[in-house]
Design a protein. Structure first.
Length: 127
């Protein structure tokens, strides 16, 4: 099992969200090999007025399975590879950092969140 790092907003809350990049109608999750690279990316997001992120270590296969289930793309960022956030950000988020006035979740979105929560519990059980 390979450990990677992903960026989460409001980690371990009911309003948890995972950072994705959107290209057209596709979402992509970045999986960082190195925690420092993920932290650097998170700081660049904060400089673009994103909320603070948590860097979470997870099993790569669990994230890939989550991406397949959610129909998301994924990209592994090699250690030392400088990944930078795009200059333009999505104007209308699918996730509200404050948890207010969220769009109603579809059954698929609820299932995706439940899968992410299940993966987190499994990973915490390994510790």
């Amino acid at each position: 099992m390979s450990r990677i790092y992903v960026l989460l907003f409001n980690a371990r809350t009911e309003n948890e969200g995972i950072h994705t990049l959107q290209t057209g109608d596709r979402n992509k999750i970045l999986m960082f090999e190195d925690e420092d690279d993920a932290t650097r990316f998170g700081l660049m997001l904060e400089a673009q007025d994103f909320p603070s992120v948590s860097i979470e270590a997870m099993d790569e296969e669990d994230i890939i399975e989550f991406c397949r289930d959610a129909d998301y793309d994924w990209q592994r960022i090699a250690a030392g590879e400088l990944a930078t956030p795009p200059e333009a950000n999505v104007a209308d988020l699918d996730w509200d950092p404050e948890g207010n006035h969220q769009k109603p979740a579809s059954t698929k979105e609820e299932a995706d969140l439940a899968d992410l929560d299940r993966i987190r519990r499994q990973l915490e059980g390994l510790l």
